[in-house]
Design a protein around this ligand. Structure first.
Ligand code: MN
Length: 166
């Protein structure tokens, strides 16, 4: 993956107030494309533009870039397709999203907040941090007593920060 693809972008919901978002990331693009293909069997530029909240010319420009990078098959007037490496990368992006969902679910974060947070967060996490969050999630889920204790704690009012006395 090229370095620019890993650059942080503003989340898609956060971009709603602005006009077409020029910094919409290639990762978001591949992620939405894979979702559309899964849901409908194909990805059209018009649907992708709606899903990403960007203009169709922006969708086309990104498709051309991702075609040059070997992730997308782009032909004018045709439905967009993912190459094999595009499919692999999209699957990786979606697994990462799912890992973060599992982690935030453990903490009791509601669905909508999860979606908003993950869209902003997922593209700037290192592979190492992601891996550790995944392991922490698995660790806690494998321990029902610990999970119950954690979730009971999460429903308590926030604890004020400890004050130090000297
Ligand atoms: Mn995502």
């Amino acid at each position: 993956m090229s370095k620019t693809m890993r650059q942080k972008t503003r989340g898609r919901r956060r971009s709603k107030n602005s006009q077409a978002n020029p910094s919409i990331s290639a990762e978001d693009y591949l992620e939405r494309m894979a979702e559309l293909i899964e849901a409908k069997g194909f990805a059209r530029a018009v649907d992708l533009a709606a899903a990403l909240d960007i203009s169709q010319p922006s969708v086309t420009a990104m498709a051309q870039r991702l075609a040059r990078e070997g992730y997308v098959v782009y032909e004018k007037y045709r439905r967009l397709q993912l190459t094999e490496s595009g499919q692999d990368l999209a699957a990786k992006i979606r697994r990462r999203h799912a890992t973060l969902q599992c982690f935030l679910s453990l903490l009791g974060v509601d669905q909508q907040t999860q979606e908003d947070d993950i869209e902003g967060w997922e593209h700037c996490l290192s592979a190492d941090t992601l891996e550790r969050l995944g392991r922490l999630t698995d660790f806690i889920r494998a321990r029902p007593a610990l999970l119950a204790e954690l979730q009971a704690n999460m429903t308590q009012p926030a604890v004020p920060p400890a004050t130090t006395t000297s």
